[in-house]
Design a protein around this ligand. Structure first.
Ligand code: SAH
Length: 249
């Protein structure tokens, strides 16, 4: 049996948002590797071994997957959303770079629908012009760098998507994020809190920056901030939010 590693994105939550090529890889796999809640999204079946691991052991997990493939297993490493967006794909390539023998393996990355795009689609088209994504967790980088990127992105008038906005272990980061945004953007700037998009717990909230509070975000929320051009179209129910394609000189 020839082993391989597929690094796959399971999308934001809904089964319908898993791509057919990811479903095919899962159907052919002998082993699934990933963070517990993501592995639990894979339906068990005979012949399939599920390896659940805790968060923050990405490199061990990546090595484990690569070693199993060397032994002939067909391994799918699962992430939520897209595996290249603040997820496992980079961890696997870190492990490959550290151990050149791994580079001979059949390794493929299969994209998924990332949270910010799923959230944007729910709201309308808030990312209709230039945008950027920032991971607000300071687990893997200093807070000073996050704050610098926030300021420069706001100054560049990008729409922004924030991943990992607020966790119980670092509640102060998002408080600080709102302070920086208020220093750099006007009070009416559109902010979208999109929680658990495409799941039964989905909640989308559209507010002006002046009304945004830290408790509106948690680890299941992706936060989108419009550019200065982003518009809100009020209607019964949730408004449409969009960023025009045209920016005047
Ligand atoms: N690889 C993932 C991101 C992993 S980081 C992706 O591409 O989407 C984890 C963060 O993603 C969460 O803290 C949250 O900010 C965001 N996220 C993941 N799934 C989400 C969902 N269904 N709804 C809203 N945000 C989500």
């Amino acid at each position: 049996m020839t082993g391989w590693v597929v690094i796959a994105g399971l999308g934001p939550g809904a089964e319908a948002l898993v791509t057919p090529e990811v479903s095919d890889a899962l159907a052919q796999a002998t082993d699934i590797v990933g963070y517990i809640p993501y592995v639990r999204r894979v339906t068990p079946r005979p012949g399939l071994t599920l390896h659940e691991s805790d968060n923050r052991v990405e490199l061990d997990r990546a090595r484990h997957a690569l070693e199993m493939a060397q032994g002939g297993k067909r391994v799918v490493v699962v992430s939520s959303g897209d595996p290249g967006v603040f997820a496992m794909a980079a961890a696997v390539f870190e492990a490959v770079e550290a151990e050149p023998a791994f580079a001979a393996l059949d390794i493929r990355v299969l994209p998924g629908i990332t949270a910010m795009l799923a959230a944007a689609a729910r709201a309308g088209a808030p990312l209709g012009h230039d945008f950027c994504a920032i991971n607000l967790s300071d687990n893997l980088k200093p807070w000073a760098l996050i704050e610098k990127r926030l300021r420069l992105a706001a100054e560049g008038d990008f729409a922004m998507g924030f991943y990992n906005p607020r966790s119980a272990s670092r509640p102060e980061g998002f408080v600080r994020t709102l302070v920086v945004l208020r220093e750099t953007c006007e009070p009416e700037r559109v902010v979208i809190f999109a929680r658990a998009v495409s799941t039964a717990e989905e909640a989308i909230r559209v507010v002006a920056l002046k009304d945004a509070t830290p408790d509106m975000a948690d680890m299941r929320t992706v936060v989108l901030v419009g550019s200065s051009r982003t518009r809100v179209i009020p209607r019964d129910g949730a408004p449409f939010v969009y960023t025009p394609r045209f920016t005047p000189a």
